[in-house]
Ligand binder design. Sequence first.
Ligand SMILES: Nc1ncnc2c1ncn2[C@@H]1O[C@H](COP(=O)(O)OP(=O)(O)OP(=O)(O)O)[C@@H](O)[C@H]1O
Ligand SMILES: [Mg+2]
Length: 369
Amino acid sequence: MLIHYDNNLRSWYTTTSINRWLGLHQTLLSAALVGAVALMVALSDSTLFGAVAITYAFTTSAMLNALIRTFAEVEQMMNAVERVREYSEIASERQEGEPLRDPHPAVRFVNLGLRYPEASQWALHKVNFELAPGEKIGVCGRTGAGKSSLLGALQAMYPASQGEIYYGEQPLSTLAPEAVRALFDTVSQTPLTFFGTLRANLAPLDQQHDLSPGGTDPQPDRLGDGDAQRNDERLTEALQRVGLGERCAGRLDEDLDRLQLSAGETQLLVIARILLSHRPLIVLDEATSDLSHSGMREMADLLYRYRPDASYLVIAHHLEPLLSLDKVVVMEAGTVVEQGSPVGLLANPGSRFHQLFARQVNRQIDQIA
Ligand SMILES: Nc1ncnc2c1ncn2[C@@H]1O[C@H](COP(=O)(O)OP(=O)(O)OP(=O)(O)O)[C@@H](O)[C@H]1O
Ligand SMILES: [Mg+2]
């Protein structure tokens, strides 16, 4: 935050210095003009002509000042035009594609490779694994290993440079990106909230939800007027389940800004939103990084308890919460170097997962000692 403030001050200081420099030179120019005219008047013998000349000299220097300032302002405003032009020239993404045939498909990564535009290295290379319906897979690896890139490719944010991702039997490259994204509930490192009320943030699509454990209503109905009270109860229940019940009691129609939620509380709000949703694939990318370790566990357990049918892809730097999952995938330099049952891999001292885990535990011991 302070860095941004510093940068802002630095650019403000430069602009002010330029303005002062310009002001000084304009004043000098005006003084020289008026001085030259006054000298000419002193040398001539017409008083009337002298008075008119000096008046015009003052007006001309004021006009000169205004002209220079206007030029400078137009120059500044053209920056905005340049920016709009740059955005308008960005190619828009593919809109068309087939609809999804399977409402809850298995996801298969087949030799997936991803290279960002203008990057010299592969962010992902020969990634192969499968996420079956209802399966919970943890993805781990050091920073820069390609975990977030994997999610980007999965949600059709970047087209695969090599290989393919299959949703059921359909390759992602033939599917409509919107249809693919509609399969996902995502909690990322920076939780997404919207301008508007708490209610709009909890149920952005204004749908009716079944909050019972394991409730799977695949096609939520739109809300009727008579259901409003029942719906309020469901939203409140979701808030209570994530521990925001008291904090947000009776404030469903208040603007989110006024609630002033902390970073951790915002993540809880996003988890409450997911408890109310019915999308079949849930992605957690360092989802609970703003919560304490016990808070992380509780939130993950809540999701697994109330959304048991969903398939999960969980990215976590902290490895202990991955032990309860069905499988872990270990990534290194953009590729999958190991996959299997987390408990099984942990029991094998030669495995990468065991080594990552041991390094993490040792670091914790060092911090405490
Ligand atoms: N938008 C981008 N453009 C170019 N290169 C990128 C971009 N995003 C990521 N990369 C590069 O791709 C590689 C993988 O990055 P990625 O963000 O997927 O790693 P990660 O495993 O999620 O790391 P972290 O644990 O720090 O979140 C890195 O080398 C990174 O520099
Ligand atoms: Mg990441």
